[in-house]
Design a protein around this ligand. Sequence first.
Ligand SMILES: Cc1cc2nc3c(=O)[nH]c(=O)nc-3n(C[C@H](O)[C@H](O)[C@H](O)COP(=O)(O)O)c2cc1C
Length: 340
Amino acid sequence: MIYENLLRPLLFRLDPETAHELSLSALRLAAKLGPANPLKQSLPTSPRTVMGLEFPNPIGLAAGLDKNGDCIDGLAALGFGFLEIGTVTPRPQPGNPRPRLFRVPEAGALVNRMGFNNSGVAHLIARVRQTRYRGILGINIGKNLTTPVERALDDYREGLKAVYPYAHYVTLNVSSPNTPGLRSLQFGALLDELLDGLMGEREELTAQHGKRVPLALKVAPDMDSQEIKALAGAVVRHGVDAVIATNTTASRDGVEGLEHADEAGGLSGKPLFLRSTEVVARLADALQGRAPIIACGGVFSGADAVAKFEAGASLVQVYTGFIYRGPALLAEIGRAVAAL
Ligand SMILES: Cc1cc2nc3c(=O)[nH]c(=O)nc-3n(C[C@H](O)[C@H](O)[C@H](O)COP(=O)(O)O)c2cc1C
């Protein structure tokens, strides 16, 4: 509880992105102490096999917190069953001008329009090669802002080839609201083309590297039931290995009138929970076990995580809840899932 009672009040007095950078630096520094890391915690073992991979527990870090893989060992020490780094793009890019990350504390929420700020795939790979972490590592890939949507496949292909030897699974992020046109890749012919190209590429990479790396598709919560059904159809048709549901929402339900609620960007945290869980349930219904679901969106407690599993998820990821509650959230979810 030191985090919630002491550290968070201090961090929340800082600009959100500065607080973020400071926290990651502290985690990195602590990890340098190895076994003496004071932040080290282990969660109850609660193994799951998903996408053919063995997870020591089903609690993961969502993408976007460690976009460059700069803090893998520091985050791993907190007990996560898996880490997802990125979104990384082929070339480095600055993202949107600051400020681009906002807290809505009354609602337990964040609004962000980071815009895939990242140091590029070569930097991320160098970091992965340096890490001591041997647990499950997902790498989330996207396209550069300057690459037109019609050429998106080129960027995803380049990213996939580069990270393939280093990832346990690769996430195709087609759901960030902060790269214009990106979310159109979730639908119809654009999705089919993207998946066709990448599944073909994966065949070649499997032969080349002697291992088949699962591909997950990360989707937005802002889809109606027809769109969810169509997406599930494409997942099954193309043999996508998992769906991550969900990214941030364009909706502002639950935060109307609050400070920063109207900032442009994606909303995450508590106001996203129900909507995102409903997408998990609808996907589970449409998929009927033909692809596993990784739930993400508004998990702030052990009970929230349990609700995601009840809706049909096989694994959960956290981001905003972790910013608000710190490492104690992982311990609480760990206890809740071990009791399932
Ligand atoms: C500041 C911030 C940056 C994010 N960056 C990414 C990203 O680069 N790639 C991605 O797939 N999701 C990104 N996300 C979305 C999260 O991974 C997650 O899907 C979403 O926030 C919902 O989960 P939550 O309510 O637990 O935060 C980001 C979220 C936040 C708050």
